[in-house]
Design a protein around this ligand. Structure first.
Ligand code: BEZ
Ligand code: FE
Length: 297
């Protein structure tokens, strides 16, 4: 028989398994890491106790994670995709971007952001492949008191009308298709042209796509455009706007849709299309204001 008074660390038992594992941590370790790992171990053991997996089931989980790892390349991050479709990316984003009421909500960046997009003057058309339904976007960048944010930088990117980003179709789409950077005027106004976004599937040819299939879920993102809006003295905003008529609005596969980010897309009367700098021949017109919160000092 063991003399329990002489052992430094408790032996493993089903009932106390998480505590047994956590008791092994050293005394001289990073406190945040201790906190994170003890919570992870506590909840992982609780999940295993609730699920009571067979060995085969546990091996299937390990094979899934192994396949996710093998799918990762410089251009493909299957674990981020997993975090996205399980709603964890949006949850981490929400925790880290609690904003005053009225400020534009944050959303996830997504894997298709590319830095250093072409810088355009207001009024430019970011659609370089000529596909899709023309659209004029205009609005104002303001602060939470409604005052204009002069010179704010607006970065935008979206898929083309076939539902692919330029970086997914190198050599098929022109480089930098549907990406651009604009600066708001001193009154906070911005405007540019593009095409109406459409829904598209996230990359679903890997283990995460397979998992979605087993869960009876589709891989589609609701039709959207991505934006990053920055200005000195304000919290940067990474966000989306969504079309109101998309069939996937209430079932975006990465949970990115928020009521406050659904824009109005109005069909423009061709008679109004005369305004050369703002609308040109656009058939869709979107007016969208961004509201920035002051940076925390
Ligand atoms: C996207 O919007 O581009 C996206 C976001 C999350 C996962 C995959 C794609
Ligand atoms: Fe996207």
């Amino acid at each position: 028989m063991t003399n329990s008074a002489q052992i430094k660390y408790p032996y493993f038992e089903e009932a106390t398994s998480a505590e047994v594992v956590n008791a092994r941590m050293g005394s001289d370790i990073d406190e945040r890491f201790r906190e994170v790992m003890s919570v992870v171990v506590k909840h992982l053991h609780a999940a295993v106790k609730e699920i009571e997996p067979t060995h085969e089931e546990w091996l299937a989980a390990i094979k899934f994670l192994t396949a996710a790892g093998h799918k990762c390349t410089e251009w493909r991050q299957e674990f981020i995709l997993l975090s996205d479709v399980l709603g964890v990316s949006m949850l981490v984003d929400a925790i880290n971007h609690r904003r005053p009421s009225g400020a534009t909500p944050n959303t996830i960046l997504g894997p298709f952001y590319v830095a250093n997009a072409p810088r355009y003057a207001n009024g430019a058309n970011i659609c370089l492949d000529g596909k899709g339904e023309p659209m004029a976007v205009s609005g104002r960048v303001v602060d939470t008191d409604g005052e204009p944010v002069s010179g704010a930088q607006i970065e935008v990117w979206q898929t083309n009308d076939d539902g692919f980003y330029d970086v997914q179709q190198k050599g098929i789409q022109p480089d930098w298709n549907l990406r651009g950077m604009f600066n708001a005027t001193k009154n906070g106004d911005y405007w540019f042209r593009s095409v109406k976004p459409r829904h598209y599937p996230i990359p679903a040819d890997g283990p995460v796509g397979k998992m979605l299939g087993h869960l009876g879920r589709h891989p589609n993102r609701a039709a959207h455009m991505h934006f990053i809006v920055t200005a000195s003295g304000y919290e940067p905003v990474i966000t989306h706007i969504f079309t109101p008529d998309c069939e996937f609005l209430d079932q975006d596969t990465v949970f990115g849709v928020k009521q406050d980010l659904i824009a109005k897309f109005q069909r423009e009367d061709p008679a109004d299309a005369a305004s050369p700098d703002r609308s040109g021949a656009a058939r869709w017109k979107v007016e969208w204001n961004f509201t920035l919160a002051r940076a925390k000092s």
